[in-house]
Design a protein around this ligand. Structure first.
Ligand code: CA
Length: 491
């Protein structure tokens, strides 16, 4: 008996030692990815907000790096998340726009998602928030690399609270793959998701983990909990962002309390720019042109902060272009996970993130699709827009949670697709931009077309775009791409 208990004691000591070794396993840092929804570029203090207080995000920037040219692949929820999770342009994997409760499409079973790569390397994985890559069982996060899911399958306006469409069924709150509640109290979203996140961190402190926290706010309809109402200088929208900042601070506090801050990479950003039609209930993207749903900078450039003490330099601002498609290959390299066998679009940008001298983007160009239309391309400081339609708020923006032009709107079906369907549901007008070249170095608001004086640049960007079209297609040019894969589809 004595021998056995000695053995058990030894085994327990070995286990304890292993768990400590795991916790400090520098080759497998923990990853925390916080993704706000429709947060504008200039809605946090360290990106210029004066009337919204975000001390926790600002502190992350002070102790980490602020990325001022951070891009999402498309300016809308589903497409943006598809890229974040797979490292691919969204149109490569057949996902565009924003799925809703009637959608039969979702993430294809053959795609390899970031949590799948990490799970292979022994990570615990969880998503708390909005998934939006398909709500049918086949597309559940639990079947695509996540071990835990609490949250909503699509946007929070996809329910009875939609301001215009009044025929949408209840919004489900999902626990794993089951509907745990319907029409949950949206003022509790940020608190509940944060609480779940903290519990997850506590449970997995001794094992590498990937925590994906795609917050549901500040996408309309916006809500703050009682404690945060009336606090900010920018009305309810500011209150909602201040509560998100509280959430960030709470997560960082937990990481520190659990002794995990030395070996955890935290990334904070947004899925697309502000939903400008909603006026005071939307954010701002100063100094950029337009917002969500457009491929102008206001739609695709988002505030981004990364924090990883000793690995990511403190107090630095980096203006080198980095994109959500780069996160999967960069994290895969960081944790020594093999890349998917199929083609992806992102590239390893760890030299940029870690502040290596003279590190530049490995991309010759970044592409900005809206759906299957190649609308713009950036190379260096040059950004070329091809002639395309876009959405703009004409006249006064909406008030009190309603979109612009609300008084003149007729209830439309949520299934009406295309740019005119979106315009009709959200109070936008359709305008057209002719082919235009902008120099982002001194024209962040994309307002001065300098194509005539830079025809060589236009030709170079056109040629890069032409190569991309052969691979990814472009419905503006009626081109089909040879490298496009289908989304998942249910009958
Ligand atoms: Ca969004």
């Amino acid at each position: 008996m004595i021998t056995l208990s000695r053995h058990l004691g030894f085994a327990a000591a070995v286990l304890l030692h292993m768990s400590v070794a795991f916790a400090a396993d520098a080759s497998r840092p923990n990853i925390v990815l916080i993704f706000a929804d429709d947060l504008g570029y200039s809605d946090v203090g360290c990106f210029g907000a004066k009337d919204i207080r975000t001390p926790n995000i600002d502190r992350l920037a002070k102790e980490g790096t602020r990325f001022t040219s951070f891009y999402v692949s498309q300016p809308v929820c589903t497409a943006s998340r598809a890229s974040l999770m797979t490292g691919c342009y969204a149109n490569r994997i057949g996902l565009a726009g924003a799925l809703n409760h009637t959608s039969k499409a979702g993430i294809h079973a053959d795609e390899v998602l970031l949590p799948e790569l990490l799970q292979q390397r022994g990570y615990a994985t969880a998503i708390f928030g909005k998934w939006h890559l398909g709500h049918r069982p086949e597309f559940s996060p639990l079947r695509h690399g996540f071990q835990e899911f609490r949250g909503i399958p699509y946007s929070n306006d996809n329910g009875p609270l939609h301001p215009v469409v009044k025929t949408i069924p209840s919004l489900p709150w999902i626990d794993g793959e089951k509907t745990a509640e319907v029409d949950p109290d949206q003022s509790q979203f940020t608190q509940r998701l944060t609480e779940r996140a903290i519990q997850f961190l506590e449970r997995h402190r001794d094992q590498p983990f990937f925590l994906y926290l795609p917050h549901i706010m500040p996408h309309v309809p916006i809500f703050a909990s009682q404690k945060f109402k009336g606090r900010s200088g920018r009305g309810l929208y500011g209150d909602v962002v201040e509560e998100l900042d509280w959430s960030v601070g709470t997560i960082i506090g937990a990481l520190k309390r659990l002794g995990l801050e030395e070996n955890t990479l935290v990334i904070f950003t947004s899925d697309n720019g502000p939903f400008l039609s909603y006026g005071e209930h939307a954010g701002t993207a100063s100094p950029f042109r337009e917002g969500k749903l457009t491929t102008f900078e206001g739609g695709v450039r988002t505030p981004c902060v990364m924090w990883c003490p000793k690995k990511i330099p403190a107090g630095r601002t980096c203006d080198e272009p980095v994109a959500t498609i780069d996160l999967l290959p960069t994290i895969a390299k960081l944790v020594d996970a093999p890349l998917p066998k199929h083609r992806i679009d992102g590239l390893d940008v760890w030299p940029i993130l870690s502040g290596q001298p003279n590190a530049h983007t490995p991309h010759q160009s970044l592409l900005f699709f809206s759906g299957d239309e190649l609308q713009a391309i950036r190379s260096g400081n040059w950004k070329l827009h091809f002639a395309h339609d876009y959405l703009t708020v004409a006249g006064p923006p909406g008030r009190a949670g309603k979109p612009a032009n609300f008084e003149n709107m007729k209830p439309k079906s949520i299934e009406e697709s295309g740019i005119r369907g979106i315009a009709s549901r959200h109070g936008y007008e359709v305008r057209r931009i002719e082919q235009s070249l902008f120099n982002l170095k001194d024209d962040l608001s994309e307002s001065r077309n300098v194509a005539d004086n830079n025809l060589d640049v236009v030709r170079r960007l056109e040629s890069l775009a032409e190569q991309a079209r052969a691979d990814l297609g472009d419905s503006l040019m009626k081109r089909r791409g040879s490298g496009v894969r289908a989304a998942g589809q249910v009958e």
